[in-house]
Write a protein that binds this ligand. Structure first.
Ligand code: FPP
Length: 261
């Protein structure tokens, strides 16, 4: 009975105490999640621990975006969605917001040729209208320059909020229903998904959040209905390939049942 309870408690899920470390080869022997979404958190705390300004953490975080894109691409991940700026992040001090809005330019000015070379397609989800021109220009150039690439989609969530995305989809469907372009009976999960900013992109298989916070912060609320979640205490600027492999390895140890048995 005691064993039964113990098994029930552990539910065969990996516990912090039995975490293994995974190599690239280990992970490539299993099913690699096709869509990985990441809430990159902990930049401010990383900087604070070093008595640096918060923006130093964001800058370091940008370098980790480069490494993570590389390793995800090497593993054959099809879509990597990164939460770079939420609709709530405008509440931060102007200096920090301005800094964050310059990061896509800096990232793309040094890294776009490699993305093109590596056959990566850059995409963006979020409200473009709220972004400064210089940020939008840099992202749109990258989207255009990589639009014929057929490899991994690097999808930046920028000025993105899950609830706003859902409201926008509802309004659009309501409008088209009113016009007679959509019948009410046609509205199903597939149609609704196609009205989200992710459009035809498949839902994330794995959601990773760094920095020890266990919440979703308005990220892809519809799309992560059946995703596996991996939360790690590692702060985003400290997130190494080994942590990425660990998260994928943990995903591979879980059985996804989609509500079945
Ligand atoms: C959350 O950490 C992080 C952000 C709001 C910004 C994330 C942006 C990057 C990692 C760089 C993006 C790079 C490109 C190329 C777009 P936080 O500041 O909330 O950290 P804290 O919780 O420790 O304060």
């Amino acid at each position: 009975m005691l064993n039964l309870l113990k098994n029930w408690k552990n539910n065969n899920q990996p516990q912090a105490s039995d975490m293994e470390s995974y190599t690239k080869e280990d992970v490539l022997n299993g099913h690699v999640p096709e869509h990985i979404a990441i809430i990159m958190d902990g930049n401010g705390r990383w900087a604070k621990k070093r008595a640096l300004p918060r923006v130093a953490g964001h800058h370091e975080g940008m370098k980790v975006v480069k490494n993570t894109t590389r390793i995800a691409n090497q593993l054959g991940v099809k879509i990597l969605t990164l939460y770079a700026f939420s609709t709530e992040n405008w509440k931060r001090p102007k200096f920090e917001v301005d800094f964050l809005m310059k990061l896509p330019e800096e990232f793309l000015s040094t890294y776009l040729p490699e993305l093109v070379e590596e056959n990566v397609q850059v995409r963006i989800i979020g409200d473009r209208t709220g972004l400064p021109d210089h940020t939008l220009r840099a992202i749109e150039k990258a989207v255009i320059d990589t639009k014929n690439n057929t490899g991994m989609v690097l999808n930046f969530a920028l000025n993105y909020g899950g609830r706003k995305e859902i409201i926008r989809a509802v309004k659009s469907i309501a409008e088209q229903t009113k016009n007679g372009d959509i019948e009410i009976d046609e509205i199903d999960e597939e149609l609704f998904s196609s009205y989200l900013m992710t459009e035809s992109l498949q839902d994330p298989d794995l959601l990773i959040r760094t920095s020890g916070e266990i919440r979703l912060s308005n990220f892809m609320l519809w799309q992560i209905a059946y995703s596996e979640f991996v939360f790690t205490d590692v702060l985003w600027p400290d997130f190494k390939d080994s942590h990425f492999l660990q998260a994928v390895g943990e995903y591979q140890r879980r059985a996804r049942r989609y509500g079945g048995v």
